[in-house]
Design a protein around this ligand. Structure first.
Ligand SMILES: [Zn+2]
Length: 539
């Protein structure tokens, strides 16, 4: 294979350094070798297997996540990367893992129930059995209203397994979301016209005055948990509220298992069945056996770092990465073992073909993303600072590439920077149109949320997010109990790794760094905005 390839490569060397756009000269020889290595020797599925089947789930603070990071460093160094290290940051909460969960209905029928534990809640300390009861909560209560409501339920919940809320009605979907995006749709998104600067935020519309003291969802949850604990409820059961058995189980937001009863999220179909049985006047008895464990050492978490050292511009860096942590209901394949595997593969390809980049190429696999982009935030604070409070390395980052939207192939990129930055990315990936990548565009947003590239954007650094075909991400796998190895589309992720490797290599070789906003153009950051943006949920 290698021999044949070198003959083929020899034929295209003459065509190297072809100008594909107005200015960008790309190294077509290296691009061809990237394509061949990525296509013929892909290690992506082996990497996903290690991260999911062997080490998943990789919840922040868990020993699984640390072990996955250790494995990734060994693997990256085995491929020829150097300076592999786990960089610590302070999570401030213990790690947590569910080890065992069985849930059954034992009366009036016998059957098993599909549930996932809520993270950072306690186990049942052995099997517990009790009558099921369903309670409802008032809408938008104040603390006093909620207290009065719960006080009346004290005797109802004692020794019971408590279903919280009426089952959600999940309507059938007649128009399933598309798995791929049309080329015309993607092309339009990445059309050459730079997006106009965002208009100044409109004055907030007159809202009816909020009722004094209304609790938010987290406050209601905390008060309910303390009530259930104090009044001897055995288990709290939440409705997953999604179709086809999908369960999204997140966390007890206090991160302290002592503040909540054992809690599960049950699939909508089982929750509805129990609710209907209760509604028809039957007594229902349930049994749970939940083993959860906490890990005090999980207060310290780690980002995984490894490099391909640079040459004459070694102090400048091109970074690529994704978050290694996952939720715990599955093994976190599309969110986000695959993003890590694509970025590791891009680095492997570059190492395997023996590139000698001018700038250092640095892989970073983050932790704490699902709890609020915590690992990347800590890294940026430590190494780069921000536009407003820069560290010396602030000017040395060419770009950070991020993948975190599932298993689809790369369709384009969005960069935090001026239109000339998108132009560079567009022209440097133009040779891969046949793989599906159709352009690049810019963002001026410094709002954190979504994924780790926004930690860079927030700091005023050039974050690049790789946009992917949706496949089944938002509809089935994102944060669900169905996010497993089987849902990875190899054909797509092989293409993504090739495109990322080429773009990273190009930025590592280019004589000028990727254009950035000038000091005058830099959008205002969070600290200086009058209307502070809210943080969007992590991907
Ligand atoms: Zn994610």
């Amino acid at each position: 294979m290698r021999g044949q390839l070198s003959v083929f490569v020899g034929a295209v060397v003459m065509a190297a350094l072809v100008s594909v756009g107005a200015q960008e000269s790309v190294d077509q020889d290296v691009f061809w070798r990237i394509r061949q290595e990525g296509t013929n020797n892909s290690h992506i599925l082996r990497t996903v297997h290690e991260l999911t089947d062997v080490h998943g789930p990789r919840l922040t603070g868990s020993p699984n996540l640390k072990a996955a990071g250790g494995w990734a460093i060994k693997q990256l160094e085995g491929w020829g990367l150097t300076h592999g290290r786990l960089e610590p940051w302070d999570f401030g909460h213990p790690g947590w893992l569910n080890e065992r969960l069985s849930a059954h209905i034992v009366s009036p029928v016998r059957d098993h129930l599909v549930s996932e534990a809520l993270a950072w809640t306690p186990g049942t300390n052995g099997p517990v059995r009790g009558p099921a009861v369903q309670i409802t909560l008032p809408t938008r209560p104040t603390k006093e209203e909620l207290t009065a409501h719960l006080d009346a339920l004290k005797d109802t919940v004692k020794g019971k397994i408590v279903l919280v809320g009426a089952p959600q009605v999940v309507l059938v979907t007649f128009n399933p979301p598309p798995l791929r995006r049309e080329d015309s749709d993607v092309s339009a998104q990445f059309s050459r016209a730079a997006p106009a600067p965002a208009p100044p935020p409109a004055a907030p519309a007159q809202q009816p005055a909020a009722r004094q003291g209304v609790l938010n969802a987290n406050q209601i949850d905390e008060q309910l948990n303390l009530f259930l604990l104090a009044n001897g409820a055995l288990v709290r059961v939440n409705d997953a509220g999604r179709d086809h058995g999908q369960i999204r189980a997140f966390q007890n937001r206090t991160y302290d298992p002592a503040t909540a009863p054992p809690t599960v999220v049950m699939r909508n179909e089982d929750y509805g069945r129990i609710s209907r049985l209760l509604g028809s006047g039957r007594s229902v008895e349930l049994e749970f056996d939940i083993v959860n464990r906490t890990y005090p050492e999980g207060r310290t978490n780690y980002n995984v770092i490894a490099e391909i050292p640079g040459g004459d511009k070694a102090d400048e860096v091109v970074m690529l990465g994704g978050h290694l942590d996952s939720w715990h209901a599955a093994t976190g394949a599309t969110d986000n073992a695959i993003g890590c595997a694509v970025m590791m593969e891009a680095a492997r390809i570059l190492a395997a073909i023996g590139v000698k980049p001018r700038r250092t190429i640095r892989v970073a696999l983050w932790s704490g993303e699902e709890q609020g982009l915590l690992g990347s935030q800590a890294y940026i604070k430590e190494h780069f600072g921000s536009f407003e409070e820069p560290k010396p390395a602030f000017d040395k980052l060419a770009a950070y590439f991020n993948v975190d939207s599932g298993t689809g192939r790369a369709r384009g990129m969005t960069v935090f920077g001026p239109s000339s930055a998108a132009e560079v990315l567009r022209e440097s990936t133009a040779a891969f149109k046949d793989l599906g990548v159709l352009g690049a565009t810019t963002t001026r947003s410094r709002q954190r949320g979504g994924s780790d590239h926004t930690s860079f954007n927030e700091a005023g650094l050039p974050g690049v997010t790789v946009l992917l075909d949706p496949i089944q991400y938002n509809s089935y796998t994102w944060h669900t109990n169905l996010d497993t190895y089987e849902r990875i589309v190899e054909e797509d992720v092989v293409k993504s790794a090739i495109v990322v490797a080429a773009a990273v290599y190009h930025l590592a070789m280019r004589s000028e760094s990727l254009p950035r906003f000038s000091k005058d153009e830099m959008p205002r950051g969070r600290q200086t905005q009058t209307n502070g943006p809210t943080v969007a949920p992590a991907r």
